[in-house]
Ligand binder design. Structure first.
Ligand code: ATP
Length: 199
């Protein structure tokens, strides 16, 4: 599985439709300050379901829509499409190529689509979970975040690694199961007391 292309239309500084084609392996995006490199990374996180405006370096979600420049009027919607090569079947869907699209309208309302079919955020999250590209987005390490990770204490660093490896969700499930077991034990104890009182 690898990212094949990313198309931005009306997303942040990318007013006109712009497609970036990626090859397997490492891709470097270079450009002057303010040319939109981080906006591309934001688009990647956004199309995969990012819900936090501040994670996209904005105050509110519609800050991702092209706000206009002196020569060009603001747009009414932002649209990003990600194409993923799935010839190895890493994504649990019966297609060798998968497209995920997200559209946001300035008037409110947003839409997701998987291979052109309307989908819910949950569908996108489920499709990507267990690929390392899921909910928590630790696969995208932003500017300055690297330093934060390196400076974090060993327990937090372990958390980051477990999240990326998909271990954390099992740890959370285990903790939840243990809490349930504990409360069931307490209930059982209470029940035994009651039985003792009745006898
Ligand atoms: P640096 O190398 O300094 O980190 P960069 O190449 O990563 O820069 P970005 O942060 O991706 O640059 O892009 C910043 C530019 O995007 C700014 O000029 C900003 O005005 C523009 N921009 C951000 N949001 C919008 C928007 N909604 N509409 C129009 N332009 C926007």
């Amino acid at each position: 599985m690898y990212l094949k292309s990313l198309t931005l239309r009306g997303f942040k500084s990318f007013a006109s439709a712009t497609t970036l084609a990626f090859e397997p392996g490492i891709t470097a995006i270079v450009g002057p300050n303010g040319s939109g490199k981080s906006n591309i990374v934001d688009a990647l996180a956004w199309v995969m379901g990012e819900q936090g405006a501040k994670h996209l370096r904005g105050a509110k979600m519609d800050d991702v829509i092209f706000a206009g420049t002196t020569g060009r009027a603001a747009l009414g919607r932002a649209e990003v499409t990600l194409t993923i090569d799935n010839t190895d079947g890493a994504l649990p869907i019966d297609y060798t190529e998968v497209t995920i699209s997200r559209t946001l309208f300035r008037t409110g309302g947003s839409e997701y689509a998987i291979n052109g079919h309307p989908a819910r955020l949950l569908d996108v999250q489920e499709l990507l979970s267990d690929t390392g590209m899921g909910r928590e987005m630790h696969v995208i390490v932003g500017q300055g975040q690297l330093e934060q990770i390196l400076a974090s204490d060993p327990r937090m660093r372990r958390g980051y690694i477990e999240e990326a490896a998909g271990v954390l969700k099992h740890r959370r499930r285990r903790e939840k199961a243990l809490r349930k077991l504990e409360s069931t034990g307490a209930n059982l104890e209470r029940l035994n007391d009651l039985i003792g009182e009745i006898r």
